[in-house]
Design a protein around this ligand. Structure first.
Ligand SMILES: *Cc1c(COP(=O)(O)O)cnc(C)c1O
Length: 474
């Protein structure tokens, strides 16, 4: 090992020396000896690893701070984070609008109010007001879903994966489901749609090649054991180049000829065509229903911009069977989901305003001029408050839709890019995440990127405050 690295490692303070510091004693009083000890050990381990992983240039530049006071302050910060509530609101500066790890969609004002109302009061969740008899919670959103999508019936469950499970358990248990090989998708967190489907007891019958599937491939696969044809919208990737897919309309004609239903898992499932705002074409729920699909499912918290839910719409005779299925009881949604979903859907009755009122749609369709103005405001604030140790600038960049929607779309945006000779960008990014409220950024070519598309203007002050706090702790 190089001398430089060895001497660096030797400078890591001993646990007992840290505990003996004044701040160490204070932390023992506040968090207890055991918890503090664990936290210090964990941090020292990470420092050791960082030194071992660092390049010689980084070691020369002394980017790794081993002062006792700095280590103890970092430990204090981590303990504070651990002790504070686990589910905290965060500032999303990543530019990924439907960020699954940060909670996907923000709710509209009306949905927030609906949530508050049902949380404070008893509600008409499962009661028929005319007769006073027991009603069904599914009626809360069924009518509006029928109205908006043109479908005969609707049912809502916990999420879209649950929707797919319920659909196949009801219609294809112990039978075959024909699906294109190019549509066997993994949706993140290593969950695979084919695995979810197999949980239903259905057997997947893959047809075609990864890049091409012809209508005849489907036709040849149809036999006695076939329950249905399934089309999965490959929303998180695109097969480009020498490709072919059978259209939904063709599949519908083929399946109906054999008296089989066609099911579509639309993934993100939008109710509005976003092309007027410069996004590329994505099939809408209404189009699929109009094309004759028998059952279709999509997520409530992706492009729809509502709460987590799996929305199933389609032919009444199939939906009725799903409502009766025992599994439906295990996958059912609670009153909060229904309240937020009903309010979100109601926004779609007013197509002239919906794109302003649903935060997900608003962030996806915000104009480039507005983004630029927003970025300039943030830049001005940062320039005013940050020392010359930081270089901040404004430039064009790309945001992502996220949530597996529009996989190849690069939404043009403006970003602030911040770099520093003095501070490590990785450390800054971590300090921002440990801030209260936590701030999530992107790192690109040794700079921190703040994409203003997903930052709310009220949060600008918080970002400046976070930097002041971090620098004070140094
Ligand atoms: C996201 C997605 C799902 C899973 O939806 P959840 O609501 O997250 O359960 C299923 N299928 C496709 C094609 C998806 O894009």
């Amino acid at each position: 090992m190089e001398d430089k690295r060895r001497s660096y490692l030797r400078k890591i303070p001993a646990v007992n020396d840290l505990l003996a510091e004044e701040l160490g004693q204070e932390l023992i009083a506040e968090y207890g000896h055991q918890l503090l000890l664990e936290e210090i050990r964990s941090l020292l381990d990470r420092l050791r690893k960082k030194i071992l992983d660092a390049s010689l240039a980084e070691l020369e530049a002394k980017l790794i701070d081993l002062r006792k006071i700095k280590i103890l302050k970092d430990v204090r910060e981590e303990l504070r984070v651990k002790k504070s509530s686990k589910l905290m609101p965060v500032i999303n500066a990543t530019g990924v609008v439907i960020h699954t790890n940060l909670g996907r969609s923000l709710l509209s004002q009306s949905a927030q109010e609906a949530l508050e109302r049902v949380s404070k009061n008893y509600s008409t969740l499962e009661v028929d007001r005319v007769s006073g008899e027991r009603g069904s919670r599914y009626e809360v959103v069924e009518e509006i879903l029928k109205e908006l999508t043109g479908a005969e019936a609707a049912l809502v469950v916990n999420n879209n994966a649950a929707a797919v499970l319920l659909i196949l358990s009801t219609l294809a248990k112990d039978k075959e489901v024909i699906i294109s090989r190019g549509q066997l998708v993994e949706i993140g967190g290593s969950f695979r749609i084919p695995a979810v489907m197999e949980q239903s007891g259905a057997k997947l019958k893959e047809v075609g090649c990864t890049n091409k599937v012809h209508l005849a491939d489907y036709q040849e696969a149809i036999r006695e054991e076939t329950a249905l044809i399934l089309k999965v919208h490959t929303s998180n990737y695109k097969v480009v180049g020498f490709t072919k897919e059978a259209s939904l309309k063709e599949l519908v004609n083929l399946a109906h000829h054999y008296d089989l239903p066609v099911i579509e898992d639309l993934g993100s499932g939008s109710l509005v065509d976003l092309r007027p705002w410069g996004l590329s074409y994505e099939p809408t729920v209404q189009e699929s229903i109009a094309a004759g699909v028998d059952i279709l499912s999509f997520s409530g918290d992706k492009l729809l911009g509502g709460p987590q839910a799996g929305i199933i719409v389609g032919k009444k005779k199939y939906i009725d069977q799903m409502k009766e299925h025992q599994l439906n009881r295990a996958l059912r949604v609670d009153k909060f989901t229904l309240a937020a979903l009903e309010a979100t859907l109601a926004e779609y009755r007013n197509l002239a305003e919906v794109q302003q009122r649903i935060p997900t749609l608003k962030m996806l369709t915000i104009s480039l001029e507005e983004l630029k103005a927003k970025a300039e405001d943030l830049l001005t604030l940062l320039r005013k408050h940050l020392s010359s140790d930081f270089k901040v600038g404004l430039r064009r960049g790309n945001s992502q839709v996220g949530g597996g929607a529009y996989p190849t779309e690069r939404l043009e945006t403006y970003v602030i890019d911040l770099s520093s000779e003095k501070y490590s960008i990785q450390d800054l990014a971590q300090s921002l995440r440990l801030n209260n409220p936590p701030i999530f950024t992107r790192i690109y070519q040794d700079a921190l990127i703040f994409d203003v598309r997903t930052i709310q203007e009220e949060d600008f002050e918080q970002i400046v405050k976070a930097f002041e706090e971090i620098l004070r702790e140094e």
